[in-house]
Design a protein. Structure first.
Length: 345
């Protein structure tokens, strides 16, 4: 397996080199700089899960994402993108590595990485789906779902106009060229006027949220509403889509119009409508912690407003993709969902 893995890695790197991805000359980037290469840097960081704006401006959020990547990759942590950081970044967005653990199955691994089983088999030259603890697998990221149809992305239809490019569309809809190409199975950047494509539009911008450890002090969160949990955090059979999906929060069954309270003091990031979530409020509590309150009938706060713990911020409802009146409550740490019950009293 190790020899196969080495061969696959070499093939991936060779392909990237041929396409000019790894060996292309990049200028050294740092905070304050602008340009297409900054956009390229931001696209790669977004592909790795960083919720930053792709605007071609190397601002503080981009620097934080670079520092996070450098720390994780074992590079010198200075927030400056030199040749070494570029090289590691390109390799990171090309493939991932996974060591099989006891009890793993190829189907579960494929599900967790949001990638077809056949893609993993082809990348690792597997004759069947049998794997063993200790096996090291290559997970090609070009085949991964990448959250294209996740909660905070709205897939819209768009007809190409004269002068449109993938780069301008990515900038307009706060997404990446990679995401647009992946959802449309495009092999090149060529577009033609009149062509109809799908664009994954980012509906919830978390680029301005805080970053931190996610820890809270003794002043923990309060429950936003009093009610019975009708759906827990984790994998579940979606009640409407009738397919297995990961639920990134908890559903609390309450009558429509119930007062929904801020779980903790903070700054309102957004207050509006998001497809699937309906009327939703998000609050940044500092130290990387954000909460969201969805499916409401009425919103009572505006973006940028400061709210106190226990303050009524909206009224529960049944808006969006919902089977009945309830509150979908979520906690995100550095933009990643965690179990809300770890934060509630």
């Amino acid at each position: 397996m190790n020899r196969k893995k080495t061969v696959v890695i070499c093939m991936v790197v060779m392909l990237l080199a041929v396409s000019g991805v790894v060996n292309a000359a990049h200028r050294t980037l740092q905070r304050g700089m602008r340009g297409k290469d900054v956009r390229e840097l931001q696209e790669n960081l977004v592909m790795l899960g960083e919720p930053i704006m792709i605007d071609g401006i190397f601002g503080p959020s981009t620097k934080r994402a670079v520092v996070k990547f450098q720390r994780k990759a074992g590079l010198p942590v200075d927030g400056v993108v030199g040749s070494e950081t570029w090289s590691e970044l390109k390799k990171s967005v090309s493939f991932d590595e996974y060591t099989v653990r006891k009890g793993d199955s190829l189907y579960e691994i494929a599900r967790d990485f949001d990638i077809p089983v056949k893609v993993i088999r082809n990348a690792n030259n597997l004759e069947n789906t049998v794997i063993h603890p200790g096996n090291e697998l290559i997970i090609p990221k070009t085949g991964m779902g990448g959250g294209l149809d996740t909660d905070f992305y709205n897939i819209i239809s768009y007809r190409i106009k004269r002068g449109d490019t993938l780069e301008t569309l990515a900038q307009r809809y706060h997404t990446t060229v990679h995401r647009i190409k992946a959802v449309n199975n495009l092999n090149s950047n060529r577009l033609r006027a009149g062509q109809k494509i799908k664009v994954p539009k980012l509906m919830l911008d978390l680029s301005g949220s805080s970053r931190g450890s996610g820890q809270v002090n003794s002043d923990k969160f309060v429950w936003p509403v009093d009610g019975k949990i009708s759906s827990n955090y984790g994998w579940r059979m979606h009640p409407i889509l009738n397919e297995k999906k990961f639920h990134g929060g908890i559903d609390i069954a309450v009558p429509s119009g119930t007062a929904v309270k801020a779980a903790k003091a903070g700054r309102v990031l957004s207050s509006g409508w998001i497809k699937g979530f309906g009327r939703i409020v998000t609050i940044d509590h500092g130290n990387g912690v954000v909460t969201s309150y969805a499916h409401n009938s009425r919103l009572l706060v505006d973006a940028g407003e400061r709210v106190q713990r226990g303050q009524v911020i909206c009224r529960s409802g049944n808006s969006g993709l919902s089977t009945g009146p309830h509150l979908d409550f979520r906690v995100l740490v550095n933009s990643k969902p965690v179990n809300p019950l770890e934060y509630l009293r």
